[in-house]
Design a protein around this ligand. Structure first.
Ligand code: NAD
Length: 699
């Protein structure tokens, strides 16, 4: 049973019990209406308390039901709320810890609400491109007041119950309990105190007006249009809340239902819901049971205090896990520690970090030049030069000093994790942890599973990723793993586009209009064009048949490596990140084009976007078949959190699904006709061709 019913004296108590957050799935909804029927039929019962077991009152919809017919199966949430409102006996919601989405809508259908201090209250539907669809847009403004309600609905952000209880004149909470521990007892007392009060108060009967309604809603509409330019939902939320102030309750509810149905059908909401589910699914590994015992990670060592090592260390310091950093020379350690200090001090200056917390974090950091000092660490992450010989030396040392059971991780971006594991006598303890730069900021972590990596090592690092607030995606071993292997094709297309007639700024603008955080050339300047250059040089040697534009090499020959050298595809002013187009670079591209005998043509934004995004998709389809990624959703998460792919497009695979795989394949056939492109590459990957032919999708 996902809710329990019991009677305590004259009060019936319905306790939602559907871990982890008492989602309002079908069986829970049934249990509520069954409990209500029982309470109404029992002459002894004078009032009903609804509360939640465990760590929530209710987090809202049950994500297991998401988008399935079950979600609307009767009794749906509307019907449950109707039962509560029609009850002849008072119903009291006893709210604690978390009340969100449908959970809050349920509580707003009760006659009274008593909340524990510290409760997080939210209507987060807008984050999935929706609006609260079970009366939230009509009841919350009535209970809380129009402006704070609109703010909550449009932002989706949680607010503490005590703050909401300080809103003058609100009717959201009838009482706050003294503490979470006393809530149950106080709710019973409250129920007794109102047991005989009639008529029963209903939120729907409250007046809802704004003194300057027209002006206020126009301002609000303008504000959210500017903020949520890629998302229709915030503006629709404003319309729904406005209806609460201008229409009768029943008419407002009808409008809310229409608007909700319309938003459900938008590509933006489909994309956001896809990402929401994909992110949760990414943390699960098919052949590793959820109850796999984890190794304890209470301390961590980091080898190398360079760009990545320092950022990686900060993740653990932030999570309260002590870190020892090892380097070859004291100067390198000093430089690494100084960079960490500088990063934290910038946060303190921006008031994002309290000075006392900064001190606590730095106190967790120690440094050493001796491997023997790492013997006690539960895990080590290597972030030294990207050179197999150097990695070999380091891993042999680690194998010598680390205690049995310690996890040995490498942050390599291109080297073979199986080879690295073979440098040790314990390959099952070795795993790749591919952080993205800057490692203290970027949310993505590719967890590279080696041939021999133990299951409990995988389970442990997936759990640890959560602890350090990363989103982890598992990748198999291949050159570039999921993300960088795909981005190489994207970069190659970027090069062809320059040769055929584009400028870097034109390509970047088209991709940024599509929604990418940054176009490919600005991204190259940020990451360092020398990295791609090094990879290409290796490719020229290993895969001489592969076709590349040489333009990026010419740029690198001029030392224009990007932001770090103050010049790349663009110019940069010290201390600023604005990309300033450079006429010499454009002239260089034109001159090179001339030597190739190419007459430039005008290339549409649509072609730019399709060639770049579909190059990701085609490579990803190979990656899926090879088992490097387990599911298309994993790839979308990699691109969302590692490469700034726009959330409203749902990642490259979801975008391809939205465009239709038939259309994607047709476009690839067209690109293959272009003599300046790589016809071989544009042969649709077998998986893509098959799905397109069968009218199916990746997801
Ligand atoms: P970096 O050059 O900034 O830092 C490497 C550090 O390792 C230097 O401080 C160096 O002194 C130290 N080092 C070298 N050999 C050592 C040894 N034998 N023992 C101890 N310390 C040693 O390089 P980085 O950019 O931080 O890259 C480190 C690793 O992370 C590489 O494998 C790289 O491929 C990977 N990586 C880099 C990025 C990135 O964007 N920079 C992103 C993901 C992964």
């Amino acid at each position: 049973m996902t809710a329990q019913y019991h009677v305590q004296g004259e009060i019936a108590v319905i306790t939602l019990n559907n871990p982890p957050v008492n989602g309002l799935g079908l069986s829970t909804r049934r249990a509520i209406t069954d409990g209500m029927a029982q309470a109404l039929a029992d002459a002894v019962v004078k009032a009903v308390v609804i509360t939640g077991a465990g760590k929530a009152f209710s987090g809202g919809a049950d994500i297991k039901e998401f988008g399935s017919p079950q979600a609307m199966q009767e009794p749906n949430l509307h019907s449950v709320i109707a039962v509560l409102e029609a009850s002849s006996k008072p119903v009291i919601a006893a709210i604690h810890t978390v009340v969100m989405g449908g959970g809050l809508e349920l509580a707003l259908g009760c006659h009274y609400r008593i909340a524990a201090p510290g409760t997080s209250v939210a209507l987060p539907e807008v984050k999935l491109g929706l609006l609260p669809g079970a009366g939230g847009t009509q009841r919350l403004p009535r209970a809380l007041g129009v402006e704070p309600a609109l703010n909550m609905i449009v932002s989706g952000e949680p607010i503490k119950a005590e703050l909401l209880a300080s809103v003058p004149g609100h009717k959201l909470f009838d009482a706050l309990s003294a503490s979470a521990d006393t809530l149950a007892e106080e709710a019973l007392q409250f129920a007794h105190s109102v047991a005989d009060v009639r008529p029963l108060p209903l939120v729907r009967d409250l007046r809802c007006k704004h003194p300057q309604g027209d002006a206020y809603f126009q301002f609000a509409g303008n504000m959210v249009k500017g903020m949520g330019k890629n998302f229709p939902a915030p503006a629709v939320c404003v319309d729904a809340v406005e209806a609460a102030t201008t229409k009768k309750f029943a008419d407002g509810m009808a409008l809310e239902r229409d608007l909700f149905a319309r938003l459900m059908e938008t590509a933006e909401s489909r994309s956001l819901r896809h990402l929401f589910l994909a992110e949760r699914a990414a943390s699960k590994i098919a052949d590793i049971p959820a109850d796999t015992p984890l190794r304890a990670i209470a301390s961590v060592a980091v080898i190398g205090a360079g760009t990545m090592g320092g950022g990686i260390a900060m993740n653990f310091l932030n999570a309260g896990i002590p870190v020892t950093m090892l380097e070859m020379k004291q100067e390198a350690l000093d430089r690494g520690v100084a960079t960490i200090r500088k990063n934290y001090e910038a946060q303190v200056a921006k008031k994002k970090l309290k000075p006392a917390v900064y001190d606590q974090r730095m106190a967790l950091l120690s440094t050493t030049l001796r491997y023997d000092d790492l013997a006690a660490a539960d895990m080590v992450i290597e972030a030294v030069f990207e050179d197999l010989g150097v990695k070999e030396t380091v891993f042999k040392e680690l194998d010598r000093v680390m205690k049995p059971g310690a996890i040995l991780a490498s942050n390599t971006s291109t080297l073979d994790v199986n080879t690295i594991a073979s440098f040790t006598q314990r390959p099952s303890d070795v795993v790749g942890l591919h952080f993205f730069s800057p490692a203290n900021v970027m949310k993505l972590l590719e967890v590279v599973r080696g041939e021999k990596t133990a299951k409990d090592v995988m389970a442990t690092v997936m759990a640890l990723a959560k602890k350090i607030k990363k989103t982890a995606v598992v990748s198999g071993v291949c050159d570039g793993f999921i993300g960088n292997r795909m981005i190489e094709q994207y970069g190659r297309q970027g090069g062809f586009l320059l040769d055929e007639g584009c400028t870097p700024a034109q390509v970047d603008k088209a991709m940024e209009k599509f929604g990418m955080a940054m176009g490919p050339f600005r991204m190259g300047d940020l990451a360092g064009n020398d990295i791609g250059w090094a990879i290409r040089k290796r490719r020229y040697f290993e895969q001489p048949h592969m076709k590349y534009s040489k333009t990026a090499d010419l740029l690198c020959e001029q030392g224009r490596f990007g932001q770090k050298t103050g010049a790349g595809w663009y110019d940069y002013v010290p201390g600023k990140r604005d990309a300033i187009p450079n006429a010499d670079v454009v002239a260089m591209i034109e001159a090179h084009r001339k030597t190739l005998g190419i007459t430039p043509r005008k290339i549409s934004d649509e072609e730019i976007v399709q060639r770049l995004v579909f190059s990701l998709v085609n490579e990803a389809a190979h990656i899926l078949v090879e088992g490097i990624a387990a599911k298309a959703g994993d790839i979308d998460i990699v691109y969302l959190y590692g490469y700034g792919f726009p959330a409203h497009r749902g990642g490259p695979m979801n975008y391809a699904d939205e465009v239709g795989l038939f259309n994607v394949v047709q476009a690839m056939h067209r690109f293959a006709q272009n003599p300046l492109d790589d016809a071989q590459f544009w042969q649709p990957a077998p998986l893509l061709a098959r799905l397109a032919a069968e009218g199916r999708t990746f997801n």
